[in-house]
Design a binder for this molecule. Structure first.
Ligand code: AHG
Ligand code: MN
Ligand code: MN
Length: 338
């Protein structure tokens, strides 16, 4: 029988890749894995909401039933707080940075950003959702409270990033800059097991993923690129298939495996698009690059964008390298930056 490698074993094996690290990063990843298992358990119960109680009510155990995104947020913050390896968490669910109190945490050098529940509009309809995270080293010296400036670093300074997809199976995918590895949760033993070692995104794909309902509001470059995707051409295997779930993690994960492009562009109403730079775009950008793909805002590499605020948004073009390059060419030609 083939030997199974659990996430915990894999993290320890890989620790020797970082000769100067003292194991904090490994413990942080382990904490994230624990929170993911707890969130996974709740996600699987989401359909039982009518039996277990409505959000905002009290269930038979006398606990308040929480919305899943609030629950996920609490789980990740709790897991990261008790580990003592981080001194702060920035979350989509909290306007301000959450400071982690305690003697051990105060000296921690890492800070975490998280989108605890991504694709929240899909929670109640049994469609895949996810969690996205990234870890950076704080820019100020440990010992004093973290402030927003510690977080306002380019994606190139991430030390680890990943996502969890709660789908037909639950997977955790992460990178520390030495390739991308995917782990599938085996519910019978409650462990994430290495199932997708050294993931690579095909250079070319046949899938484009975009919310075409917003077509009229898209920049001309995106409109023209969509037309290009739809034109018949045997040599380049067009027309491409259109696939859009509405959960970034799920759309991204499919395109990573199969090849494809995901676009959330600027629109007339939202010039910076919808997705958040720090805890949505940067982590998936690093993963796709580590898998051989590309991530851009249409003009600039995502990981080189200098964040100005914690929750800032950016347009996102991400996936197979050649497809993203082509989409960028359409942007340059039809929507040149002024
Ligand atoms: P979240 O649930 O964390 O707010 O993120 C939702 C995001 C992302 O998952 C998805 O790609 C996008 O919203 C879908 O937006 P549209 O419904 O506008 O297509
Ligand atoms: Mn999200
Ligand atoms: Mn979210």
């Amino acid at each position: 029988m083939k030997k199974v490698t659990t996430l915990g074993q894999f993290i320890i094996e890989r620790q020797k890749d970082f000769p100067f690290a003292k194991g904090e990063l490994s413990r942080l990843l382990r904490d994230i894995g624990i929170a993911a298992k707890i969130v996974n358990r709740e996600v699987n119960k989401a359909g039982l909401v009518d039996i277990l109680g409505e959000h905002g009510t009290t269930n038979i155990q006398g606990e308040e039933v929480k919305k899943l995104d609030v629950f996920a947020n609490e789980q990740f913050i709790d897991a990261l707080s008790s580990g003592g390896e981080t001194c702060a968490v920035a979350s989509e669910e909290n306007e301000e940075i959450i400071h982690i109190e305690g003697e051990v945490s105060a000296n921690a050098k890492y800070v975490v950003s998280v989108d605890p529940l991504d694709g929240s509009s899909n929670i109640d309809v049994n469609v895949s959702i996810g969690t996205i995270f990234s870890i950076i080293r704080r820019s100020s010296e440990p010992g004093i409270p973290v402030n927003e400036n510690d977080y306002l670093q380019k994606g190139t300074s991430m030390v680890a990033a990943g996502y969890i997809i709660y789908g037909s199976s639950t997977m955790l995918v992460y990178t520390t800059g030495r390739g991308v590895n995917g782990f599938t949760l085996d519910p019978s033993i409650g462990e994430f097991c290495l199932s997708h070692p050294d993931m690579k995104c095909p250079e070319e794909g046949k899938i484009y993923s975009i919310n075409e309902g917003n077509y009229v509001h898209f920049p001309e470059g995106v409109k023209q690129y969509i037309k290009y995707c739809q034109v018949e051409d045997e040599a380049t295997k067009r027309p491409y298939s259109s696939r859009y779930i509405g959960s970034l993690v799920a759309d991204f994960h499919r395109n990573l495996l199969k090849g494809g492009i995901f676009i959330y562009p600027s629109t007339a109403k939202s010039p910076n698009g919808k997705l958040r730079l720090l805890y949505e775009c940067n982590p998936v950008a690093w993963i796709i690059e580590q898998a051989g793909g590309k991530a851009s805002d249409g003009y600039t590499r995502i990981m080189e964008k200098q964040p100005k605020t914690l929750h800032e948004r950016t347009p996102l073009f991400i996936g197979s390298a050649n497809m993203v390059t082509m989409a960028e060419e359409f942007m340059q030609k039809f929507s040149p930056k002024n």
